[in-house]
Write a protein that binds this ligand. Structure first.
Ligand code: NAD
Ligand code: ZN
Length: 237
């Protein structure tokens, strides 16, 4: 690969797998034994809000028992290294965990929301919290009860920061996808956008993703091993 300065990395559940957070396509399309319809759609929330709040409470509580793995810390090293060379790294993650940040990365875009962010549907206020929520929980701003939902983008809802992400892809030299099955759009379509703009593209995943053929290069294996090695390559030119 020729010398690259600006990189966009798109990450998915696979980059957090070695930290002990389960992905969902590996487990037959279930997320911690629940169907996507049940826990990751507005309809699922309307049908059984207690179950959905409990599901995200459990995912949020799990964060305190997991640690970033070598793939997360390598991306933080890449961010600092690129800045030192006059470039930059944008991490676009589909993950709702906070392991990129805890691994030291700063420029992280959570396109599908965050477990540590909550959203009041009464006054639209968003706030950070690591606590558990029930149907009785009150909004800290307007005090409405039963209106606080996880600030997670569910299926059928619009992902966040799409303009910023498209601008980042437009301005990058290299687009890299790590640990994602390539099944969830619009994230899965960014490789085609990058290709259309003449960018270099690389995929790092345990197995070929659904859009694997769109990438110039695919490296198959564990993110915790392949990402640090790739970061060394980039920073050493
Ligand atoms: P996915 O579960 O659909 O796919 C994960 C991919 O990672 C698979 O292709 C798998 O082969 C690969 N993988 C598994 N272990 C790996 C490893 N050690 N190294 C490299 N690759 C590995 O995940 P997705 O594409 O991110 O889509 C799932 C959706 O579910 C996302 O939108 C996300 O919001 C949500 N989700 C998030 C988390 C999290 O925040 N950690 C966990 C589960 C699901
Ligand atoms: Zn409110």
């Amino acid at each position: 690969m020729s010398k690259i300065k600006n990189i966009v990395v798109l990450t998915g559940a696979g980059i957090s797998a070695e930290s002990g957070i389960r992905t969902f396509r590996d487990t037959g399309g279930l997320w911690e034994d629940h169907s996507i319809e049940e826990v990751a759609t507005p309809e699922g929330y309307a049908a059984n809000p207690e179950l959905v709040l409990g599901f995200y409470n459990a995912r949020r509580a799990q964060l305190s028992s997991v640690e970033p793995n070598p793939a997360h810390t390598a991306l933080s090293r890449l961010e600092k290294g690129l800045i030192g060379q006059g470039g930059y790294l944008t991490i676009v993650t589909q993950n709702v965990d906070d392991l990129h940040e805890r691994g030291g990365a700063e420029n992280v875009i959570h396109m599908h929301g965050e477990l540590l962010s909550q959203w009041c549907r009464s006054c639209n206020h968003k706030f950070k919290s690591s606590e558990s929520f029930t149907l009785q929980s009150q909004c800290p701003k307007c005090s409405a009860g039963g209106k606080v939902r996880p600030d997670i983008v569910w299926f059928g809802e619009m992902p966040y920061y799409m303009d910023t992400i498209e601008m980042s892809v437009t301005n990058c030299d290299l687009f890299v996808s790590i640990g994602t099955s390539g099944a969830v759009y619009p994230a899965a379509g960014y490789v085609q956008m990058a290709r259309g703009l003449g960018k270099q593209t690389l995929e790092i995943n345990l197995e070929r993703s659904e859009g694997s053929h769109f990438f110039h290069e695919t490296r198959l294996g564990k993110a915790g091993e392949l990402v640090p090695a790739w970061v060394d390559e980039v920073l050493n030119g």
